[in-house]
Design a protein around this ligand. Sequence first.
Ligand code: HEC
Length: 209
Amino acid sequence: MMDAWNRLKTGEKVLFGFFGVLGIVAVLNYVVLEWWRQTSHQQMFPIRTHYDFAGEGFQGSVLFRKNNCSSCHRAIGNGTSMGLDLDGIGSRRDLPYLVAFLRDPEATYRSKTVEHGAPPKDAAYVSQLPLEDQHAIAVFLSQLKADRGGASAQLPPPGQSSFIDAMLDTWVPDSWRVLFSDVRKRDNARDGATPGGAPGNTQGKGNEH
Ligand code: HEC
């Protein structure tokens, strides 16, 4: 081992030494973070999705687990991340879309599907489930909402950012203010948005036209 090391040129020693140290630091970081995660009682990340299991949606959540969706998807904090994370999907997709996707994914999904669709795709069985089961699951999925500012939400966090206002004032040509509207001022009735950021409260300076 030492022999092999001594035969290396100086440049190679520097290079391998550098990546060796980098690897050790990465492993140490991982160990410390995992230890912290497992022993800490504090919440590590804010949770920006919520759900409300009313009626058919509750039944759908049972069917979701029973039909192995969580072997590929994450929902209500459970499952794997092999497929898409479905927490918050109710803020991105509406019920008719979800019903249509489960029945006929290839015609509904915007790009080519990998797992859903016709056999031999692994999730082909999903479109063969009884219609009423698909509907209940779709209702369940539509109840998985994202809060404003969450990764799967359409709207940014409520409130004013002087930084964003300054950037807009500096960089945005006047013509854009006519062409585009400020998403921060959008009505948050849709999107399961948290109340409090009503359109009137977020007065972006210079955005009036
Ligand atoms: C074998 C893995 C796998 C299984 C099992 C699976 N899915 Fe999927 N799912 C995916 C993948 C991958 C995608 C992305 C589309 C594609 O490539 O097929 C997806 C996409 C979706 C979408 C569309 C999301 C969007 O934004 O349009 C929904 C809804 C969905 N799955 C629900 C389900 C439900 C409900 C089940 C169980 C009945 C299920 N999936 C089982 C892998 C899987």
